[in-house]
Design a protein around this ligand. Structure first.
Ligand code: ADP
Length: 448
């Protein structure tokens, strides 16, 4: 089948849906393709919030912040590998993105602290729901209201260009047809490649066999298709591991469990790291243990204080016992060793001094309230920081340093924004801000 349209959006995650709303509101003619039977991608899984600075919510709540500080924090978090122009663009556009979300009924008024930020900057929904699921829900409702239909189960397979390298079309495969879509511009919003083991082990052979927390559609198609047209890639080997992922279900155990006082022990029943180092460091420490896994240990008091834990207990991934020795037996750990580790830890909490590993945070409460709990965890692939190279106008850049005419990209498919390490709250900022920019640039391009 042949379709003629002005713009094609590939992928209906956060970035693609943002661009689609922008295009429709401007009355443009476009199609949006999604290879899965549902929208949302990895965006649905985002639990934290969206980083943004100088927002009206911050001002109303008396929080002093600046775009320069947001940019500086992001560069520092990314080990300064980030593209500083993209980072500045993200920070400077963030308050405007929050205002835009307000206009489409996707308010994020609840502000709190997130790792790597100098001030309270992460914006979340009022009702405490996960930011990703909330935004995907609001974006879907808005697209419905505007009469936009996402072409589901339809995967883009190839980008077409003329002899000058100018975009002319997209090939796609749907459930009942193969499509040739003639178009002037393409917005790549197809996400990262954290669910494509063959692809990530090509760039990172050390990650072979690592489980993933990613949605199944995160297979890197957009990166491969853009590369075929000469697109340059940046930081492609920068892959973020999350240190606490249950391996049989891929359930991610939120950082808050350690933040509220849990510890990690190895199969010998001993602590082996400051549990609250950055994600990459804790993951590396786990991989250095025998069997490359660990247990996260907490008590009833911690369970009572953290809503997220109910979900873990319900899903059957926790082991529990009325005594530490009983817990150790179930984990095949020597009971006396685990008991000593817990006693030592409780002494550390009492003295507020971790003489073993220098931990200084998440040690307000000791672990003394039975029953005791354990979840076996290991690192899992969480976010692919690298991807296609873009400039501040979301134009895809080729290996010669020139923009590929008609090709735009936003979201996890791109590299450069997050450098060597993405801060929590910056993935959502990335998709909304660059999703909007990609839509604006594509519209300006077809208008020329
Ligand atoms: P982001 O919001 O950062 O762009 P997401 O992972 O949330 O990333 O969204 C990307 C979406 O793109 C997912 O829903 C994924 O299934 C979809 N996708 C990936 N590859 C293709 C493809 N070849 N054709 C159409 N959709 C795709």
């Amino acid at each position: 089948k042949t379709i003629d349209t002005e713009i094609v959006i590939i992928g209906a995650g956060g970035a693609g849906m943002t661009a689609a709303i922008m295009l429709k509101q401007a009355g443009k003619d476009f199609v949006i393709l999604e290879k899965m039977p549902y929208v949302g991608g990895n965006t649905t899984k985002a639990t934290g919030g969206m980083n943004a600075s100088e927002t009206h919510y911050q001002k109303e709540q008396g929080i002093e912040d600046s775009n320069a500080l947001f940019a500086a924090d992001t560069m520092k978090g990314g080990h300064a590998l980030n593209d500083s122009a993209l980072v500045a663009m993200m920070a400077n556009s963030s308050a405007g993105a929050i205002d835009w979300l307000d206009t489409i009924g996707a308010e994020l008024p609840k502000i709190s602290f997130s790792g790597g930020a100098s001030v309270n900057r992460i914006h979340a929904p009022e009702d405490g729901s996960g930011v990703g699921a909330y935004l995907v829900d609001r974006f879907s409702a808005k697209l419905n209201e505007l009469g936009v239909k996402v072409m589901l189960e339809t995967a883009a397979t190839e980008l077409l260009a003329d002899a000058d390298g100018k975009i002319t079309g997209v090939k796609a495969e749907g459930p009942d047809a193969i499509y040739t879509i003639n178009t002037k511009a393409v917005i790549l919003a197809s996400g990262g490649f954290g669910a494509n083991e063959e692809m990530y082990t090509t760039y990172r052979p050390d990650l072979k066999g690592t489980v993933t927390t990613n949605a199944p559609g995160a297979t890197g198609d957009g990166i491969v298709m853009a590369q075929a047209l000469g697109a340059d890639l940046v930081d492609i080997e920068q892959i973020q591991l999350h240190p606490t992922v249950e391996q049989t279900t891929s359930i991610l155990i939120t950082e808050s469990v350690r933040g509220d006082g849990a510890i990690l022990v190895n199969q010998s029943g001993e602590r082996f790291t400051n549990e609250l180092l950055t994600r990459d460091a804790v993951s590396a420490a786990e991989l250095a243990q025998e069997g490359s896994y660990a247990y996260i240990i907490f008590d009833q008091k911690l369970r009572d204080n953290l809503k997220a834990i109910e979900k873990y207990v319900k899903s059957g991934i926790t082991v529990q016992a009325d005594t530490i020795e009983g817990l150790a037996e179930q984990l095949a750990i020597a009971p006396a060793t685990l008991a000593k580790t817990l006693a030592d830890w409780n002494e550390i909490v009492k003295n507020q001094r971790d003489t073993q590993f220098g931990r200084t945070t998440g040690m307000k409460e000791d672990l003394t309230t039975p029953p005791y709990y354990a979840i076996r965890i290991a690192p899992g692939i969480h976010h692919t920081m690298g991807g296609v190279k873009i400039n501040v106008a979301a134009e895809v850049i080729n290996t010669e340093g020139a923009a590929i005419p008609g090709l735009f990209a936003a979201g996890e498919v791109c590299g450069g924004v997050h450098g060597g390490n993405r801060l929590g709250g910056n993935a959502v900022a990335d998709i909304v801000i660059f999703g909007r920019i990609a839509a604006e640039s594509a519209m300006a391009y077809i208008g020329e």
